[in-house]
Design a protein around this ligand. Structure first.
Ligand SMILES: Cc1ncc(COP(=O)(O)O)c(CN[C@@H](CCCC(=O)O)C(=O)O)c1O
Length: 397
């Protein structure tokens, strides 16, 4: 019997489909004894297990004929209505997606093709790079830092190119942890409205701010300025539970219609039971839940920064996040984070090397650290292990 040569059967697009570093690393970090700063996995202690168990049982018993049946591709209407009211938009502009990750893939499917320019930050979320790369675009990048993208570089790029869209994460950027100040958001919108380009705003961490209040999204600022060219993504992964895979996209009706059609061909609709369950969990006590989520991540971030401040050697730089789940670290020029990763695993600690967050390469001396899943004691121990791994790489002080 002749064996099947699968790779010879893969289509041209399969060549562009590459593994997610985070997903691959997560397998490694399941090893016993490893303290993982790798995946941006939400804190499991925040999962509403009891409420979800009760609500799911009730839904199945009382509304099982709806919860277990096919549903509309656009999403469960009462959940769309909730998101519409929460964001102050027409529910007809809301598409419920199977995680924001699916929204990113749908955006690639609808807006990108071989060679089409798409602009994102360097570094940017590697899940978006992975989703978009499957459609063969030409990546344009602008540097980004603790206050978001370099607007001068963006202005120059928009003079030369007409990207299908800009993919931006203005609040608590993954992986660079930056927060775009309000004035800079307004300046960016002037640039994009002048150029007439579309922005995809990924606001996955919108509620995870450590300060007094949430900054207005680019989407909100654009809508109040009458510009409809911002597509808004956010997710219930970070405020409820990522395993439910429920998120949403908000876009003007013409764009949304195309995204819905694309989703019809992908999964018909996001699981109905999960959508109904998310709505039940949102209905009661959302403000108190969000306050608790913010406090838990703020405390974890404080523990992380205290541990880094006391253990990191000279020459290692890192951000001081004002929200979200990540610290972005830069090693001295020439020190490889991939090499550090090998030594770190040997010491029993993991992180995500920064290279895969750069769509056009670079970042060999960078790494992303997520403090989300560990308590203070493990964070301190993990940072000590990281420092030991670093000692063997950095020139003696
Ligand atoms: C900016 C940004 N956009 C979308 C997502 C995906 O969120 P969903 O759970 O798909 O709604 C994420 C989630 N990223 C995490 C989770 C990845 C989890 C994994 O691949 O296991 C990370 O960067 O580690 C994100 O940070």
């Amino acid at each position: 019997m002749k064996p099947v040569d699968w790779s010879s059967l893969f289509g041209q697009g399969a060549e562009r489909i590459q593994a997610s570093t985070i997903r691959e690393l997560l397998k490694l970090t399941q090893r016993p004894g490893i303290l993982s700063f790798a995946g941006g996995l939400p804190a499991p202690e925040l999962f509403p297990k009891e409420e979800a168990a009760e609500a799911a049982a009730k839904l199945l018993r009382e509304r099982g004929e709806v919860a277990l049946q096919y549903g509309p591709t656009e999403g469960y209407a009462p959940l769309r209505a909730f998101v519409g009211a929460w964001l102050g938009v027409d529910p007809e502009e809301v598409l419920i997606t199977t995680g924001s990750q699916q929204a990113l893939d749908l955006l690639g499917k609808v807006f990108l093709e071989e060679g089409s320019p798409v602009l994102l930050e360097a570094p940017s979320y590697l899940g978006a790079i992975q989703a978009f790369r499957a459609y063969g675009p030409r990546f344009l990048t602008v540097p980004t830092g603790e206050e978001g993208p370099d607007l001068e570089a963006l202005r120059e790029a928009l003079l030369r190119e007409r990207p299908r869209f800009l993919y931006l994460i203005p609040s608590f950027q993954n992986p660079a942890s930056g927060l775009m100040p309000l004035a800079k958001r307004q300046k960016l919108l002037e640039l994009v409205t002048e150029a007439g380009v579309v922005v995809v705003e990924d606001d996955a961490y919108r509620e995870l701010y450590f300060g007094e209040r949430r900054l207005p999204s680019l989407f909100e600022l654009a809508r109040s300025a009458g510009y409809e060219g911002v597509i808004y993504l956010s997710s219930f992964s970070k405020i409820l539970a990522p395993g439910l895979r429920v998120a949403f996209a908000v876009a003007p009706k013409e764009a949304l219609k195309k995204l819905v059609q694309a989703k019809q061909g992908v999964d018909l609709h996001t699981p109905t039971l999960n959508q109904m369950l998310v709505l039940e969990l949102l209905k009661e006590g959302l403000p108190a839940r969000l306050e608790r989520v913010r406090r838990v991540y703020r405390e974890k971030a404080q523990a992380m920064l205290e541990a880094l401040d006391s253990a990191m050697p000279q020459g290692v730089r890192y951000t001081r996040p004002q929200g979200g789940m990540f610290v972005w670290m830069e090693l001295p020029e020439g020190v490889s984070s991939e090499e550090l990763f090998q030594k770190a695993i040997a010491e029993g600690v993991a992180f995500v090397p920064g290279g895969p967050f750069f769509a056009n390469g670079g970042g060999e001396n960078t790494l992303r650290l997520s403090y989300a899943t560990m308590d203070r004691a493990r964070i301190q121990e993990g940072v000590k292990r990281l420092a030991r791994a670093l000692e063997s790489l950095l020139p003696l002080k």
